[in-house]
Design a protein. Structure first.
Ligand SMILES: [Zn+2]
Ligand SMILES: [Zn+2]
Length: 177
């Protein structure tokens, strides 16, 4: 019974990240119950009478029919028009405190891995190093305070982890309420 889900280059495991889950629910676009439903963000000015199945996300029909986007294009500077289109209109978004956005590496969109805390980040030193730099840029001068903040990620603030689709480097940004 379990259908193979479409592959999303910029969000390779939307079931693990929680953006897509198993549910007997009719898709607001194709009107079919495909056994899986999308649970995260969709931005549109139109009225949508429900949620979407992963297939209507993958083929772009949900975004086209409801003139909407799954993610904001903020942060996707310098990526090609095709990639921008794929990320915002044919890729499942994710839930976050702030408006979710994609990170860029090697001049293209990175793949969203999931929301993580300090333990997962510590296993990805590249992402942790990059996050440290980012937090410093945002004005954190006190190193002890900064390390304290990073060590508590997963509690009041979390990190959104990405992996570069070209070189495989991990990168992350901080999400907080
Ligand atoms: Zn559908
Ligand atoms: Zn890269």
């Amino acid at each position: 019974m379990s259908a193979i889900l479409p592959f999303f280059r910029y969000h390779p495991d939307p079931v693990a990240s929680g953006s897509i889950r198993e549910a007997a629910e009719r898709c607001a676009c194709c009107q079919r119950d495909r056994g899986w439903i999308y649970t995260a963000t969709f931005y549109t000015a139109l009225e949508v009478g429900g949620r979407f199945c992963p297939w209507c996300i993958a083929d772009g029909s949900a975004a086209e029919r409801f003139a909407g986007e799954f993610a904001d294009s903020v942060g996707l500077d310098g990526v090609s028009e095709d990639v921008l289109h794929e990320v915002t209109r044919r890729t499942p978004g994710f839930r976050a405190w702030q408006d979710p956005h994609w990170l860029v590496h090697c001049q293209t969109a990175a793949a969203f891995v999931g929301e993580v805390g300090y333990a997962e980040l510590a296993a990805r030193p590249d992402a942790l190093a990059q996050l440290r730099t980012e937090v410093r840029l945002h004005g954190w001068r006190d190193e002890a305070q900064l390390e304290q903040f990073l060590a508590h990620l997963g509690e009041s603030a979390t990190a959104m982890l990405f992996r570069c689709t070209v070189c495989g480097t991990h990168l992350a940004y901080v999400d907080a309420s």
